[in-house]
Design a protein around this ligand. Structure first.
Ligand code: ADP
Ligand code: 5GP
Length: 190
């Protein structure tokens, strides 16, 4: 894949703050875009079709797999999630940096395929992660337990990432992610 922009992969256990941080970055850097993934899960209250995700049926998703439309896809919490190859290629050619907010399985597949910068975010403690998930009120208690259990597995993948940011103070974490973008731009400058 010919790259003008850079690909940044951001992974974090649910509730860590990856959506919050990436949105902060996109607001301040017009040259950065977030990839809109496809998923077979249902929209949560407040989620907008084709803005947060492209919500697809299982059949529609499988047809895209068969057509080779995904740069990567993975099964997460019982649903399929995938990154559109054409979206990423198009944005890179326009010189945009593309942020893929995807899980650790997807990050691994991306790393094997393209030159991407991998950032892992974690919460300062498990108790704080639980507090954020509970406060967000988008998951049931049972789903929160499932996501906390999965978080333990995901953090074992930290050594495979280029950067690790602990999202304790939001503004500090933001400064760190913005510094990574600036550093990588410098490293990849022609
Ligand atoms: P994710 O996308 O990783 O699941 P979100 O961005 O939705 O996480 O954040 C989960 C919750 O935690 C949200 O309610 C958000 O406002 C809050 N949050 C994010 N970062 C911080 C932080 N540094 N300190 C306290 N709360 C935070
Ligand atoms: P959620 O359902 O909470 O939006 O996302 C669940 C998990 O799926 C998160 O870890 C999120 O990063 C991941 N995810 C979202 N989109 C993709 C994608 O396109 N590919 C992969 N592999 N994971 C994704």
């Amino acid at each position: 894949m010919r790259q003008k922009g850079l690909v940044f992969v951001v992974s974090a256990p649910a509730g860590t703050g990856k959506t919050t941080l990436v949105q902060m970055l996109l607001k301040r850097y017009p040259g950065c875009v977030e990839s809109i993934s496809c998923t077979t899960r249902l929209p949560r209250p407040g989620e907008v079709k084709d803005e947060h995700y492209h919500f697809l049926s299982d059949e529609e998703f499988d047809a895209k797999i068969a057509a080779g439309d995904f740069l990567e896809w993975a099964q997460v919490f019982g649903y399929k999630y995938g990154t559109s190859k054409s979206f990423v290629e198009h944005e890179l050619k326009r010189g945009h940096h593309v942020f893929l907010v995807i899980d650790t399985q997807g990050a691994k597949k991306i790393r094997e395929k393209i030159d991407a910068i991998l950032i892992f975010l974690s919460a300062p403690t498990k108790a704080e992660l639980r507090r954020r998930l509970e406060e967000r009120k988008t998951e049931t208690a049972a789903i929160i337990e499932q996501r906390l259990a999965w978080a333990e597995k995901e953090v074992q993948e930290i050594p495979n990432y280029d950067y690790h940011i602990v999202n304790d103070d939001l503004n500090e974490a933001y400064q760190q992610i913005a510094a990574i973008v600036a550093l990588e731009e410098k490293k990849h400058a022609p």
